[in-house]
Design a binder for this molecule. Sequence first.
Ligand code: AMP
Length: 278
Amino acid sequence: MKPKLINSIDEMSAIRRQIKGKVGFVPTMGFLHEGHLSLIREAKKQTDIVIVSIFVNPTQFGANEDLSNYPRNIERDIELLANLDVDYIFFPTDEQMYPEGFKTWVNVDKITQVLCGRSRPTHFRGVTTIVAKLINIINPDLMFMGEKDFQQLVVLKQMAKDLNFRTKVIGCSIIREKDGLALSSRNKYLSSQGRQKALCLNKSLLLAQKLFNEGIVSSNKIISQMTDLIEDNESIIDYIEVFDPKTLEHIPELVSGCRIALAVIVENTRLIDNIQIL
Ligand code: AMP
């Protein structure tokens, strides 16, 4: 059945209040791919009613970022969500979410200043603010997010805990193409050569795991070899970081269970990826 498309905040909240079963929520910016769909399948498994939001949130984009070019295709998104038997699509306008006079921000300290926060200083404030608003409107039991945006997942778990939201945040594994490229709406910006170069993100993460398996634990040594691999692919490193997955703090030596994340600019597109070292 086609999901019900809801544009109004009041209607969304009213419908939610009528729902008796367990509600699963998947926030997205649309232009859906298998990564998003995997979250929805998980939500279908764990809850009775699934609500997906599609909102390209302007406040999480920096001034020189790709807000106006961000890929959109609501008709195709609706079709994909119908195939998965999603119950409701919440598709509000910018004016609904940020009416004139909007003044309130949700800000998580410290863990938003590292990794992606260094080059995108206002990004997470936008993410936490919109997700807090969506949680207040939808009041989900469970919210499903991808580990692809690992820092975002950690930040939102922290927010939910600190602000006593009843919603539980569930992290889901990264979905990749067969050749290892993590699915992302932004992959659309890449030319076919860029698409090949972009494999360097996943390849460098796999190299890190290989080096660790061979007994190399120095973060600096591993980052240096990852850097060579990425630069050989004519791509620009924003950051490569080895960190504790709970605190997001840098660790000088790899241990099993730590994470490595990176952001790399391929052609003009900033891509991110990460791995849990086993
Ligand atoms: P976005 O539309 O990019 O804001 O992403 C919406 C949600 O989908 C976020 O929780 C992302 O982490 C998740 N997501 C995006 N790409 C992937 C992927 N390749 N694998 C798993 N989850 C993903």
